[in-house]
Design a protein. Structure first.
Length: 121
Protein backbone atom coordinates (compact mmCIF):
# COMPACT_ATOMS: atom_id res chain seq x y z
CA UNK A 1 0.00 0.00 0.00
CA UNK A 2 1.12 3.55 -0.66
CA UNK A 3 1.37 5.75 2.42
CA UNK A 4 3.50 8.37 4.17
CA UNK A 5 6.67 7.08 5.78
CA UNK A 6 10.06 8.57 6.55
CA UNK A 7 13.25 8.32 4.55
CA UNK A 8 16.76 8.95 5.87
CA UNK A 9 19.48 10.51 3.73
CA UNK A 10 22.51 8.41 4.66
CA UNK A 11 24.86 11.01 3.18
CA UNK A 12 23.62 13.59 5.72
CA UNK A 13 23.20 11.27 8.74
CA UNK A 14 26.10 11.33 11.19
CA UNK A 15 24.71 8.57 13.39
CA UNK A 16 24.07 10.80 16.42
CA UNK A 17 21.09 8.67 17.48
CA UNK A 18 18.75 11.55 18.40
CA UNK A 19 16.03 10.16 16.14
CA UNK A 20 16.25 6.72 17.77
CA UNK A 21 15.47 8.27 21.15
CA UNK A 22 12.43 10.17 19.91
CA UNK A 23 10.87 7.24 18.01
CA UNK A 24 8.65 5.59 20.61
CA UNK A 25 7.45 3.14 17.95
CA UNK A 26 10.91 1.58 17.76
CA UNK A 27 11.06 1.91 14.00
CA UNK A 28 14.65 3.16 13.81
CA UNK A 29 18.03 1.62 14.49
CA UNK A 30 21.68 2.53 14.05
CA UNK A 31 23.38 0.29 11.55
CA UNK A 32 26.85 0.91 10.18
CA UNK A 33 26.97 4.23 12.10
CA UNK A 34 23.89 5.49 10.26
CA UNK A 35 20.23 5.61 11.28
CA UNK A 36 18.05 3.26 9.27
CA UNK A 37 14.33 2.66 9.15
CA UNK A 38 14.62 -0.93 10.34
CA UNK A 39 10.88 -1.54 10.75
CA UNK A 40 8.67 0.06 8.14
CA UNK A 41 5.58 -1.50 9.78
CA UNK A 42 6.34 0.56 12.91
CA UNK A 43 6.66 3.94 11.20
CA UNK A 44 3.38 5.83 11.46
CA UNK A 45 4.64 8.62 9.21
CA UNK A 46 3.72 11.30 11.76
CA UNK A 47 7.21 12.70 11.44
CA UNK A 48 8.03 13.24 15.12
CA UNK A 49 11.67 12.51 14.29
CA UNK A 50 11.96 14.88 11.33
CA UNK A 51 12.35 18.11 13.27
CA UNK A 52 14.66 16.48 15.82
CA UNK A 53 17.41 15.60 13.36
CA UNK A 54 20.28 18.10 13.64
CA UNK A 55 21.46 17.18 10.14
CA UNK A 56 18.07 17.59 8.45
CA UNK A 57 18.54 14.05 7.17
CA UNK A 58 14.97 12.82 7.62
CA UNK A 59 12.03 13.60 5.37
CA UNK A 60 8.53 12.25 4.80
CA UNK A 61 7.87 10.46 1.53
CA UNK A 62 5.01 8.63 -0.12
CA UNK A 63 5.97 5.07 -0.99
CA UNK A 64 4.77 1.51 -1.22
CA UNK A 65 5.37 -0.20 2.13
CA UNK A 66 3.61 -2.40 4.67
CA UNK A 67 0.77 -0.78 6.64
CA UNK A 68 1.62 0.58 10.07
CA UNK A 69 0.48 -1.97 12.67
CA UNK A 70 -0.02 -1.11 16.33
CA UNK A 71 0.06 -4.84 17.09
CA UNK A 72 3.43 -5.34 15.40
CA UNK A 73 4.69 -2.24 17.23
CA UNK A 74 3.57 -3.78 20.52
CA UNK A 75 5.32 -7.06 19.66
CA UNK A 76 8.48 -5.04 19.18
CA UNK A 77 8.05 -2.94 22.33
CA UNK A 78 6.81 -5.54 24.85
CA UNK A 79 10.21 -7.28 25.23
CA UNK A 80 11.79 -3.90 26.00
CA UNK A 81 9.75 -3.60 29.17
CA UNK A 82 7.35 -1.29 30.99
CA UNK A 83 9.37 1.89 30.48
CA UNK A 84 9.09 1.58 26.70
CA UNK A 85 5.44 0.55 26.84
CA UNK A 86 4.66 3.61 28.96
CA UNK A 87 6.61 5.91 26.62
CA UNK A 88 4.62 4.57 23.66
CA UNK A 89 1.30 5.14 25.43
CA UNK A 90 2.42 8.66 26.39
CA UNK A 91 3.24 9.31 22.74
CA UNK A 92 -0.18 8.09 21.60
CA UNK A 93 -1.89 10.23 24.24
CA UNK A 94 0.09 13.31 23.21
CA UNK A 95 -1.15 12.84 19.64
CA UNK A 96 -4.70 12.03 20.83
CA UNK A 97 -4.59 8.55 19.26
CA UNK A 98 -7.11 7.16 21.73
CA UNK A 99 -8.34 4.32 19.50
CA UNK A 100 -4.76 3.09 19.12
CA UNK A 101 -4.32 3.31 22.90
CA UNK A 102 -7.38 1.12 23.38
CA UNK A 103 -6.14 -1.36 20.77
CA UNK A 104 -2.68 -1.48 22.34
CA UNK A 105 -4.13 -1.94 25.84
CA UNK A 106 -6.38 -4.77 24.62
CA UNK A 107 -3.37 -6.39 22.96
CA UNK A 108 -1.42 -6.25 26.23
CA UNK A 109 -4.32 -7.64 28.24
CA UNK A 110 -4.74 -10.55 25.79
CA UNK A 111 -1.08 -11.41 26.39
CA UNK A 112 -1.30 -10.96 30.16
CA UNK A 113 1.25 -8.16 30.01
CA UNK A 114 0.94 -5.72 32.90
CA UNK A 115 -0.42 -2.39 31.75
CA UNK A 116 1.09 0.62 33.53
CA UNK A 117 -1.76 1.98 35.64
CA UNK A 118 -1.67 5.47 34.12
CA UNK A 119 -2.42 3.95 30.69
CA UNK A 120 -5.77 2.58 31.76
CA UNK A 121 -8.63 4.95 31.17
S1 LIG B 1 19.01 12.34 14.18
FE1 LIG B 1 19.56 12.60 12.00
S2 LIG B 1 21.80 12.61 11.99
FE2 LIG B 1 21.16 11.77 13.97
S3 LIG B 1 21.11 9.52 13.63
FE3 LIG B 1 19.05 10.31 13.23
S4 LIG B 1 18.97 10.67 11.01
FE4 LIG B 1 21.13 10.49 11.61
S1 LIG C 1 7.85 9.21 11.74
FE1 LIG C 1 7.40 8.57 13.84
S2 LIG C 1 7.30 6.33 13.76
FE2 LIG C 1 8.31 7.01 11.87
S3 LIG C 1 10.48 6.89 12.35
FE3 LIG C 1 9.83 9.00 12.78
S4 LIG C 1 9.29 9.02 14.99
FE4 LIG C 1 9.41 6.85 14.31
Amino acid sequence: MKRTIIEIDAAKCDGCGVCILCCEEGALEISGEKAVLAREFACDGNGSCIGECPQNAIKAVEKDCPPCSVFAIMDNIIPKGEKHITAYFDHLRKHECYELMDAAAAYLRARSVTIPEKNIK
